[in-house]
Every structure is written in C-alpha cells, then in structure tokens.
Write a new protein. Structure first.
Lengths: 118, 176
C-alpha cells in the first residue's frame, strides 16, 4: 500500500493501458489527478497487473471528469471521458489512494478466475 | 419424527465430476423433497454443496436414499433435520470487508473475530488463495448501534498485525 501523501504533494497517475494514454486529452501522464465528477455508475469486469490471476466486478462511473496537472509546465488540465478509460482512470486513481479493485468489488462473490485467451 | 413436512439440510462434499448435482437432486426428487435454498461451489478442486429441502421423510431415510452417491467413496453425504428459521432480517447496513495480502494461517479468524466482537454478522463470505495472494471478501450486516468507522479502524489495525490490507465500505445495493 502506498503511504498517504502529505497535502500538496504531487502524485503521478501511471495509466497502464496504451489506449488511455493515446486517447486522453494529454500526451503525457497527468499528475495529481482529482475526480471532479463521476456519474452513471455501472458494474463491469476489471483486472489488474498487481493481481494476475483474478478479475472482479466493480461499480464505476461511466462518465468521469478528472482534474490534473501536467508535469513540467504545471498546467492544469481537465480530462472528460465516457469511454472505457473512465474505468481505467478510476482504477488508477484508486492505486494512488492505496486501493486495489479487490477493495471495491461488488460483493463476496464478485471475484473470478481470470480467463486466459492466449 | 414421523410424518409432517420437515426441513432437511443436505451436504455433499468430495471429488468433483460431472453429474453430482443431477444425481443428488434426482434422488431427492424421488423422495418428494422440494429444494429450497442451495449453494454449490468448487473449493480448490473439491465439489462442495449445501442445500435445504422440505421433505416428508426423516433425515435417516433421506441419507439412506442418498447412499448410492457415496458408494464409491468419492463423495461424503450427510443429512440432518434443521428447524424452520424465519428469513433473516438485516440488522442495519451491509458492508463489504475486503482483505488481501500474503497468505498465512489465521487471517480469517482474526478478521472475523473483530467483526464478531463489534456485533457484526457475516452473511456471505468467500476466500481465495491465488498463488501467494490470499483474498477474503465478507459481507457484514452491522447493527445500527455499531460505529462503522471504529470497526474500520479496528480492522485496519488487525490487518497491520497480520501484514495484510483490510478495507471496509458500504455495500451499495443495486437499486432496480
């Protein structure tokens, strides 16, 4: 678990899926992301490289607005999305708070063995 | 017990194979038993089923009727009569306690002891050992008088002692 960051310290969000990086409003990883708005919650399946063999059903906002700053310039940016990246972004913001999807699953039976396709 | 509808709790545990449920329920249906609640899972490769059925036969008679299931030694079957219980009424809000971390003996007992001490009732639970990672998910019904934040702090403290992560949050019901 990540230690809690003192106020004002920048925390980086490393967004693992390449699709998120390429489709996000910024070309670089945003820092210190804060969820501004989260609506239209839906349950969906997600996994995590930190939990290689399990997936889980997690309720996430399908419409999301994040505020963050760009590294280097410190420019404040807002990222709005209603695509799958909304789920990915919330998952990554949770990591910054020391949480895994295991902390957010929808119930005692919401964990599943990961399907292997390759 | 002679005559009258009774509730029978049937447990079947053993080596998994296709057809265990079909065989078990065919024999129960043959007795005129009516299946009520049941749950079945595969626990580390072992078949495990518990069901409650209403029947006009005794537990001994039902166990005798189910004897073919255990004939080859691969399954253990037991039947006992259970008193009729009123449907559980929630004490208050339902929380999900999530525990994950390196496996070691005593995680479940330590965490559930804290929940029990607070008066919380575990209504559903599953655990998984996935490689070195142990995951416990417990749905906990908390009486309104219990301070969930205090319980959360106690659980986190217990997690620190065990070297595992513990979190607790309101289990958001899907409202339809």
């Amino acid at each position: 678990m990540l230690p809690p960051l003192p106020d004002g310290r920048v925390r980086p969000a490393v967004l693992a899926p390449a699709a998120v990086l390429s489709s996000a409003a910024t070309a670089v990883d945003p820092l210190d992301p804060v969820v501004v708005a989260a609506t239209r919650w839906e349950r969906g399946r997600e996994g995590c490289l930190s939990v290689p063999d399990l997936t889980g059903d997690v309720k996430r906002a399908t419409r999301l607005v994040l505020r963050a700053v760009l590294p280097g310039t410190g420019e404040q940016v807002e990222i709005s999305t209603d695509a799958f990246e909304a789920r990915a972004l919330q998952h990554e913001v949770d990591h910054l708070d020391g949480l895994l999807f295991l902390d957010k699953v929808a119930g005692a039976h919401a964990l599943h063995a990961r399907q292997v396709y390759l | 017990v002679t005559g009258g509808r009774v509730q029978l709790a049937v447990t079947v545990i053993g080596r998994d194979r296709p057809g265990i449920i079909a065989d078990t329920t065919r024999l129960l249906a043959g007795l005129g038993a009516n299946l009520e609640d049941s749950t079945m899972s595969i626990l580390r490769g072992h078949f495990a089923m518990v069901l409650v059925a209403a029947a006009d036969v005794t537990a001994t008679e039902a166990e005798a009727a189910l004897a073919p299931l255990s004939a080859d030694g691969s399954l253990q079957v037991s039947v006992r009569e259970v008193p009729e219980e009123a449907p559980a009424t929630p004490l208050g809000a339902t929380y999900l306690v999530s525990v994950h971390g390196a496996d070691r003996p005593g995680i479940v007992s330590a965490v559930t002891a804290v929940v029990a001490e607070a008066g919380g009732n575990v209504t559903d639970l599953s655990t998984r050992l996935s490689g070195e990672l142990y995951v416990l998910l417990a749905e906990v019904d908390l009486p309104a008088a219990v301070d969930p934040e205090q319980l959360d702090r106690d659980l986190v403290a217990t997690g620190l002692e065990l070297g595992v992560e513990v979190s607790m949050r309101v289990l958001d019901p899907d409202v339809l």
